[in-house]
Design a binder for this molecule. Sequence first.
Ligand code: CA
Ligand code: CA
Length: 358
Amino acid sequence: MSRLLILVFSVFILTKFDICTASFFDIQYPDVFFTAEQGGNVTIRAGPNGGDIIMIPQGNGTVFIGQTDMLKLFQIVNSLPPVWSEKSPHGTLGTFLGGKSVSLSVSAQDPENGKVTYEKVSGALPPGIHLDKNTGAITGRIPDVDATYEFGIRVTDSHGKYADQIFSIDTRERDQCLSTPCLHGGTCSDDIDDFVCACAKPYGGKTCNINCGSMPVGIDLNNKKIPDAQMSCHYCYGDSAGIDGRLHAPQGWVGQNTNSWLQVDLGKEMELHAVANQGYTSSSYYILTYTIKYSVDGNQFYDVKNGTTVMDFSGSSNVNSVVKHTFLTPFRARFVKFIPKTFHSKPGMRVELYGCDV
Ligand SMILES: [Ca+2]
Ligand SMILES: [Ca+2]
């Protein structure tokens, strides 16, 4: 009891009376300060026979020296780096076929059971494959190529301790021709994530599914795909215009003579397989024979020929009937000119072409 009184008295004395200019023991409730005189040291010395100095923070408290959290520093110093889980000897995550969606993972454990994060630090993951930094999940769609992708992943714990590991993924190109996608005798070539069909005539389209000989390009007024601005004519008769040259148009295009022509701009290069023709609707203007020139660029035109002979195509003398011809050899063109050769009274005609996109 008397020792307690002495302590209380000492505290009272020390808190009320400064020694020189600064308190060396100061209570500012709830804080307690030890402060040495200017230039002095604070020394805490344990007993001479193996006594300990013990600092005991409470709750979430810690021990600071200056700004440094000593308990945290000890944790960092003592923390062990994460340990990778056992994988195959060379870190191979597997061999996968192009186009396959994969869900793989790498994992490591922190000996202190703390949270770890994953990061690619070298090499390359396959294009389209991603690493989740929080879970180590490796997901995505395998690229359609034959390749080996090697990459380093660093796993890091919350103390910055890390461990690197090399992994690899082998990819194999898928043969997109295995499903025999090319129809009607078309020949398939494998490609990256794709296939290409070389179609047997008269078929076309991605899988040779279209009979190009019966696929109208859309000059026909009843199936209009070619805009009016892409229909033109030269030496037109009266007020006849290019747009009158559409198959099933109300009247029909009429030219003046064999110097006249009707031209269609398809708007893009197409492979053309056949042509159809009607005469003028309300009179005796119709074509007996005509020739066709074609061009890719609108400048250099070529004749449609049979061997070395320019082909004559017969017209339709019946107002309503459609006369169709299949080209001996399909050709590629964007611009097509219909040129009257022989005709009745005036060269009148309405046309359609048949073909596929290229
Ligand atoms: Ca650790
Ligand atoms: Ca392929």
